[in-house]
Design a protein around this ligand. Structure first.
Ligand SMILES: C[S@@+](CC[C@H](N)C(=O)[O-])C[C@H]1O[C@@H](n2cnc3c(N)ncnc32)[C@H](O)[C@@H]1O
Length: 525
């Protein structure tokens, strides 16, 4: 397929020449995972939390991802937005091949991938994109690619468009950056592939830690990070540490570079740092309030928070500002994302802890469970009317940080009715996307149209959805038992019978069915 025959392609893009690595890892593919902060719904939500109301389209938009890896995020977004067009650009031919295969197997025709260096792609006549994202690229590439990435955004972002750039940040990486230097120095001349070399590098770092060298003794964050790396997929670690270039940066550096491309920082895609009452400890809020300049205030917040990873959103100009009292959040439905019995009694919400039994939390949970009420309607319920509406909204925003609650982007469907025996997944490609990489990742992502994003399910829940959504699911229990015994023998400590699997599916259907239906995941066949 020529790029120009696909959505999002420029008229005369032509075939790119084979790119060179520029010191970026090419011999091992990166892990393939959906990353929900790149969804237009999440980006818009975060900007609303920051007090802005962007006019970026949420339907019929054009979206480009730079350094798209295996295309897992783009494929999910393309499935959720069939009326929009998506373009993924990546240097690595194996990534582009895997991304193209995923899009084809999911039947997605609104998505194209291009093997190209960002520096190369920048000069192509793409026209304007409403969304441009680059996740996990900026801090790991050389200065020319960084520059090209920002120039691509500066050149191709639509007037109301939103750009997302994530990166490892300072000061959070100050104590950890020497890990990369030590490792890089140790493995620079070793033979073999990136995964083998980084494995040797991690063993070397463990040796240094166990020897009690002052670097580890005086930087507990370095030891903790080493532990985390040990538990990670080795391909993830190779892409984090085996590149010739790695430079975490202060957000002030990126703000200044983005300004040179006509871009201003608006918010982080991560919700928490945007919430005015949660971005730093309450004792520091007065200090922050005295900083008049928006970007300087963000720079100070980032230092206070010790940011080690940032997900910056940029636009050409700040969108309209709205107070929380007038926020469009009031007109969005709010709901739970998991069955009530699976919500923990103690909820970790950013820096706060709530109990499900707290009167306000209990009333919000009860009122929002069906996913039919907007925030305004919720706050007007008899049990919630005695609290100020603002407190109800702020509590909802905090509850969302637990990941068991969320604001929805689409209104509730007309009627609930009884749950069908056999589930139709919406969109149709959701099953393929859920199944892809399930074994590799140990979890799956299921497209949730009312969320404008996907929910994460563990293996058992993913298999249950796939069994119940089979068109000829006359014996879903037998199918689940078969899958578990044959393909996942280590998951459960016993041999699964059809009747056990049938009971599991009945329970899953009863508890998860209503949740999946209110999120727009399933409908009647
Ligand atoms: C850490 S991975 C992130 C992939 C994807 N965004 C994700 O989160 O799954 C970085 C990606 O950037 C790509 N990349 C690195 N340098 C590039 C360049 N100069 N041009 C295009 N892609 C590049 C790599 O091949 C890799 O797929």
């Amino acid at each position: 397929m020529s790029p120009s025959s696909q959505p999002g392609a420029p008229a005369d893009a032509g075939q790119p020449t084979a790119p060179e690595g520029r010191g970026y890892v090419l011999d091992e593919p990166y892990t393939a995972r959906y990353f929900d902060l790149q969804s237009p719904a999440r980006m818009r939500h975060s900007m609303r939390c920051a007090g802005f109301d962007p006019a970026t389209p949420i339907q019929g938009f054009r979206y480009a991802e730079l350094g798209c890896g295996n295309g897992a995020t783009l494929a999910m977004l393309a499935a959720l937005h069939p009326d929009s067009s998506f373009l993924g650009i990546d240097l690595n031919p194996a990534h582009i091949a895997a991304a193209t295969a995923l899009a084809q197997s999911a039947g997605l025709d609104n998505l194209m991938f291009l093997q190209a260096d960002i520096a190369q792609a920048c000069a192509m006549p793409w026209g304007a994109f409403d969304y441009i994202t680059a996740h996990g690229v900026y801090a790991w590439v050389d200065a020319e690619v960084r520059d090209s990435l920002l120039r691509f955004i500066g050149r191709h972002l639509a007037p109301q468009g939103v750009a997302y750039v994530s990166y490892n940040a300072l000061p959070g990486w100050s104590a950890k950056e020497p890990l990369w230097r030590l490792l890089d120095h140790h493995i620079a001349d070793l033979p073999g592939g990136s995964v083998a070399r980084v494995g040797e590098g991690l063993r070397f770092l463990e040796f240094l830690r166990d020897a009690g060298v002052p670097y580890f003794a005086q930087n507990p964050a370095a030891g903790a990070h080493l532990e985390m790396l040990r538990a990670e997929d080795p391909r993830y670690v190779a892409h984090e540490f085996c590149n010739r270039h790695f430079a975490p940066l202060y957000c002030s550096t990126l703000f200044a570079d983005a300004r040179r491309q006509g871009l201003v920082f608006v918010a982080q895609a991560e919700t928490q740092p945007n919430l005015p009452f949660e971005r730093v400890p309450p004792a520091c809020l007065d200090y922050l309030a005295r900083i008049a300049d928006f970007e300087e205030r963000e720079v100070a917040s980032s230092l206070l928070r010790n940011d080690g990873f940032r997900t910056d959103l940029y636009m050409r100009a700040w969108p309209a500002a709205v107070d929380l009292e007038d926020s469009p959040l009031w007109d969005q439905a709010f709901t739970t994302l998991t069955p009530l019995r699976d919500i923990p009694a103690e909820l970790v919400c950013g820096s706060r802890r709530f109990h499900l039994s707290d009167e306000l939390v209990d009333a919000i949970t009860e009122g929002c469970a069906a996913g039919r009420l907007t925030m305004r309607e919720l706050a007007a319920l008899p049990r919630l009317r005695r609290h100020s509406p603002r407190l109800v909204l702020e509590t909802a925003l905090l509850l969302e940080l637990s990941r068991h609650y969320a604001f929805l982007t689409a209104p509730a469907p007309a009627e609930d009715g009884p749950l069908p025996e056999c589930w139709r997944l919406a969109p149709g490609s959701a099953g393929v996307l859920l199944a892809s990489r399930l074994r590799e990742n140990g979890f799956g992502h299921l497209a949730a149209p009312r969320l404008g994003s996907a929910i994460r399910l563990d293996v058992m829940a993913s298999l249950a959805v796939l069994c119940l959504a089979e068109p000829d699911a006359d014996a879903p229990g037998a199918r689940l038992a078969d899958w578990l015994n044959r393909d996942w023998p280590a998951l459960l400590a016993f041999r699964v019978t059809e009747s056990w699997a049938g009971g599991f599916l009945d329970d899953f259907r009863a508890h998860w069915g209503p949740v999946l239906r209110k999120l727009g995941v399933i409908g009647a066949r």
